[in-house]
Design a protein around this ligand. Sequence first.
Ligand code: URP
Ligand code: ZN
Ligand code: ZN
Length: 463
Amino acid sequence: MRFDPLIRNGTVVTATDPFAADLGINDGKISAIAAQLPIENAGRVIDAAGRLVMPGGIDVHTHLDMPFGGTTSADDFETGTIAAAFGGTTTLIDFAIQYKGQTLRQAFDTWMKKAHDKAVTDYAFHCIITDLGAAQLEEMGQLIREGVTSFKLFMAYPGVFMLDDASIFRAMSQAAKHAGLICMHAENGGAIDVIVQKALAEGKRAPKYHALTRPTTAEAEATSRAIALAEMAGAPVYIVHLSCNDALEKVREARDPGLPVYPEPCPQYLYLSLDNFDVPGFEGAKYVFTPPLREKWHQEKLWQGLALDTLQVVSTDHCPFCFKEQKELGKDDFTKIPNGGPGIEHRLSLIYTGGVHAKRFSANRFVELVSTTPAKLFGLYPRKGTIAVGSDADLVIFDPNETQVISAKTHHMRVDYSMFEGIQITGVPKTVLSRGLAVIDSGKFVGRPGAGQFVRRQSYSRV
Ligand code: URP
Ligand code: ZN
Ligand code: ZN
């Protein structure tokens, strides 16, 4: 068999093992794994000596080209997937939003058009449900059969996205019936709204009040309620963007007796804190996202949760808005600052740095968190999320020793600031393949908009 490319001399790292092996790729799939493969008949040969060869990252929480907060997120499917690829992420699951009065199919069709000729790597969709009547309940089963096997619901943003408990329970029951997975934004939106109105009436309008009006208890309460509703419905639940120890404790209580509850933190909650609001003027708007940043001590609790498997996945919740003109919409009122931060590019390096380089967990656990478990939970495994014969050759050739300092001056996201400005990372993706084709080659973009394909996902199966 002819291999093109053939990756030689690397250390292959999966969620379970590190081993020295060559990888032979044929027709976009991994077709041979051996101590040594013959190069005579090979096409391109990539020498991975001194490097780790890992399955491509899977980011299951991104918002590309998303209308939100009176504007639209700054990365579209072209710039977003390019930035993701620079960071070693080769598959995204983005959110198609069903607005009130729409069918779920309209949401799916709209987001398919947004991605179609722009994505440079593969993508899939969850569907955000904001209006759940009998017709949409019926549609959930149809979408699951077409590969949209997970749905995001909101317990926050009243009047925009928030659903009541009865609708959430109906959606969870339907998901249970069709092996779908509900992803929950767990914050008590009603209580938060009252706190926000009080703050505004007291003249508290600066960016930091976005954080100070969203207590950790509001996240813990909603997390606990989401878990209870899921248990009653006999459904699994995936808790998106978990930010604090209070919510983590609720998850731990549920997971201990074996409930299928899966939380994801994001790098911003592992690296940033309320201290980031100690910046001049309106600069704090760069850190306005939801749930908000917490006191610094929560960070170590989240890192421990990742090491001990209370937390299973790290995603980015990439939802970028430029500081100029976009974040500035809320200059006089924090409630008008579009919520979201840019993170799609540095997830792997940040988690490798804080996890493996800092000796909190192994390189295998790292792969599990950023690729394998997301693939398993969201129906992409074993096509993606591992290195096995027959899997897509979505691969990252990673230099575990290279250091870089993150900066908006050098990043590839279409946004004018970095949340992680000045943070030093150790471990950098050098060459990134999507179905065997180089997208990033020795640090340079060589991919093609439109080369990414929609991935029809399998339904949820228990991890
Ligand atoms: O602030 C955030 N997280 N923006 C994106 C929407 C969401 O709730 O995930
Ligand atoms: Zn959310
Ligand atoms: Zn989000």
